[in-house]
Design a protein around this ligand. Structure first.
Ligand code: SAM
Ligand code: SF4
Length: 333
């Protein structure tokens, strides 16, 4: 089979797989505290359906899979999913993004099942701010989860932080000092127009430039050359080989090097976070007239079609930009 190369020459190797749109937190930049517009549970792919898609994805050249959501650790079959992906012939690199709340319980089983790396999202070190940002008093669970992940050998652990003006944007240096002291690698992410509540505002979002300025007051930062397909621009800290990343998805989009596709938990393949169109894989998986072989071939074909239709960029800074109907929690971040 040929590789997933789009009309702009980008080869797609990375698949983000959302396992659920449900979550145990309510981060303000992601979903409102009273959010209830969940996907229908009978639309979610079960483990076998998911594995059919992932096997087909690997057969067309996907080399890296990140499990996400919603909160992926809420899936009751999460350890089984990890184990089955890790057991595939030509198994892809496997990582997971989580809010960390269930890591204390699951980190060891996940590592034993074959999970290689995790990203944990944490926007503040302060309990009061954590409660304000997530509507849940669970910061101790995140710290306990991080400790369990370290014990389980899920290193290097990456921390994702979103900064919000007037809420935690003064905390960037403290977060970086903490991450360095714990041996975590930290990345700050610009807030994107993907929240379910429609609160994003370009005029108030904290920009990458502001993040860099705030960090530069406390650290000497120099750009790491050769970013490859990473969404983060990395900076060496104080002349060491330790780095901090900044993901400027809004102010400096990195679409030119994008190598990823996204699968929603209800079986829709997307070429971009901001796509307005999706390719329905669930319909193929549930077509009783198709044999397993025909399903595999049709899914592979839909991967090629999705890549063929990929746009050069997400157009977030164009006047014609339209926020997708699906929020980040239902796409998979
Ligand atoms: N629940 C898991 C977590 O929080 O890590 C995985 C899913 S979450 C959607 C993945 C990442 O997306 C998190 O790091 C979160 O901070 C980030 N995120 C969510 N909404 C965002 C937004 N509107 N703009 C930028 N990043 C966002
Ligand atoms: Fe949940 Fe992650 Fe969204 Fe926060 S960012 S509400 S943890 S899905």
């Amino acid at each position: 089979m040929s590789a997933l190369i789009d009309s702009y020459g980008r080869r797609h190797k990375d698949l983000r797989v959302s396992l659920t749109d449900r979550c145990s937190l309510r981060c303000t930049y992601c979903m409102p505290h009273d959010f209830s517009d969940w996907l229908k549970s009978d639309h979610l792919l079960d483990t076998d359906e998911l594995m059919s898609v992932i096997s087909a994805a690997v057969s067309v050249g996907i080399e890296e899979i990140r499990l996400t959501g919603g909160e992926p650790l809420l899936r009751a079959d999460i350890v089984d999913i990890v184990s089955r992906i890790a057991g595939l012939t030509n198994a892809p690199k496997l990582s997971l993004t989580t809010n960390g709340l269930k890591l204390k319980e699951l980190a060891k089983s996940l590592a034993d099942a074959g999970l290689e790396r995790i990203n944990v999202s944490l926007d503040t070190l302060r309990r009061d701010r954590f409660v304000a940002l997530t509507h849940r008093d669970r910061i101790d669970d995140v710290f306990a989860g991080l400790e369990a992940a370290l014990q389980a050998g899920l290193a290097p652990i990456k921390i994702n932080s979103v900064l919000l003006r007037g809420i935690n944007d003064d905390e960037a240096p403290a977060l970086l000092k903490w991450a360095m002291s714990e041996g975590f690698s930290l990345r700050f992410i610009e807030q994107m127009p993907l929240d379910a509540g429609g609160i994003w505002d370009r005029t108030t979002m904290v920009t990458a430039q502001e993040m860099l300025a705030s960090l530069s007051d406390h650290f000497e930062l120099s750009p790491v050359p050769d970013r490859g397909s990473s969404p983060a621009e990395e900076f060496y800290i104080d002349g060491t080989i330790e780095t901090v990343g900044i993901i400027a998805s809004v102010t400096q989009p990195f679409c030119g090097a994008c190598d990823r596709l996204r699968l929603t938990s209800d079986g829709q393949l997307r070429s971009c976070l901001f796509s307005l169109e999706e390719m329905d894989l669930r319909k193929v998986l549930r077509n009783p007239d198709l044999s397993n072989q025909e399903i595999a071939e049709e899914i592979a074909d839909r991967f090629y079609k999705t890549v063929a239709g990929k746009l050069p960029g997400h157009g977030i800074n164009d006047p014609s930009f339209i926020q997708p109907r699906r929020p980040m929690s239902a796409i998979g971040g």
